[in-house]
Design a protein around this ligand. Structure first.
Ligand code: F6P
Length: 343
């Protein structure tokens, strides 16, 4: 079989491990010939590709980013998109495509399969861990490790200066990184998009710590966290060229409000893309490798329209439609568990 591979959306640690596994398993077990498209769906639309071989994918397992490049190009944003995808597949005589991505990339893959019969298999990646139908996506564990290390470091300086530190982590619609890094790092308050916050309650938690003789606090906030309606004014934010709201800035608002309301010295830190860069953790390398192998096997079995998923400890194939129907959000009981340690 002749198979295309692409990586789309925001990059994340583990993409190269997945590519390597798809190639290794595909070539050795199934006799596949593989082509890597440049920059996600853009490379498919414009037929920009390179052959992927065992030799060309050697040594990439521990490397962050993606050797194929990535973009947020969505084939459905242009009228002739699906037709161009089909044309590229025909030109290269491809039997199918493995799309490695998050909700946008796999959302496009699902529609291409369902509406246009383009044969696709999905591999779930995103540091946000917000894809449904899989317990975890690769990239998440690395992002949580980076954020936890940062929180540990901020702890010691917060304690030395008796300061409140507001740490902003990624997560537009889902607070998985904030929740896990906050729990692992011993945060005193965690704010996530799923639970609009009340600034007065946040300040009360920080004051309670002071009353107990702890003169510093760590507040971990997901970039998409929002105040409860009517409790605090946040400024309007623009959108990027793909229509995504540009986030970032909530930590500065919290810094100002907490300091003004409590009188405690406060600093904010935005971890930003450091969470997405660099080498994947061992866990993410293994997960990405297992997903890659499952995807190569799914292709060989022509299980189009499916995605490799982690269910418990097993890798299974699930319908792509189940993965992209709605985002996977932090459940209330997990947030309540974390709240045990607030204040
Ligand atoms: O989806 C992954 C992610 O890192 C989000 O957590 C974040 O909101 C977004 O991508 C940032 O996108 P960009 O790299 O385009 O600024």
């Amino acid at each position: 079989m002749r198979i295309g591979v692409l990586t789309g959306g925001g990059d994340c640690p583990g993409l190269n491990a997945a590519i390597r596994a798809i190639v290794r398993r595909g070539v050795e077990r199934h006799g596949h010939t593989l082509f890597g498209f440049r920059d996600g769906w853009r490379g498919v639309l414009e037929n920009v590709h390179e052959e992927l071989t065992i030799e060309s994918t050697r040594g990439i397992l521990p490397r962050g980013g993606t050797i194929l490049g990535t973009s947020r190009t969505n084939p459905f944003k242009r009228d002739d998109g699906p037709e161009r995808v089909r044309r590229t597949l025909a030109e290269l005589e491809l039997d199918g495509v493995v799309a490695i991505g998050g909700e946008d990339t796999l959302g496009a893959a699902e529609r291409l399969w369902r509406e246009h019969g383009v044969p696709v298999v999905g591999v779930p990646k995103t540091i946000d861990n917000d894809l449904s139908a899989t317990d975890l996506t690769f990239g998440f564990d690395t992002a949580v490790s980076v954020a936890t290390e940062a929180i540990d470091r901020l702890h010691t300086t917060a304690e030395s200066h008796n300061r409140v530190m507001v740490v902003e982590v990624m997560g537009r619609h889902a607070g998985w990184i904030a929740l896990h890094s906050g729990l692992a790092g011993g945060a005193d308050v965690i704010l996530i998009p799923e639970r609009p916050f009340d600034i007065d309650e946040v300040c009360d938690l920080v004051r309670r710590r002071h009353a107990r003789g702890r003169y510093f606090s760590i507040v971990v906030v997901a970039e998409g966290a929002q105040p409860r309606e009517g409790t605090l004014v946040v400024r309007e934010q623009g959108t990027d060229e793909f229509g995504h709201v540009r986030l970032g800035g909530i930590s500065q608002i919290l810094e100002r409000e907490i300091e003004q309301r409590t009188g405690y010295e406060t600093r904010s830190v935005v971890l930003g893309h450091t969470q997405r860069g660099g080498s994947p953790t061992a866990f993410d390398r293994v997960l990405a490798t297992r997903f890659g192998i499952a995807a190569a096997d799914a292709v060989a079995a022509r299980r189009w329209g499916t995605m490799a998923a982690l269910r418990g400890t097993a890798i299974e194939l699930v319908p792509l439609a189940d993965a992209v129907r709605e985002p996977k959000l932090v459940p209330d009981d997990l947030y309540e568990l974390a709240a045990t340690f607030f204040g």
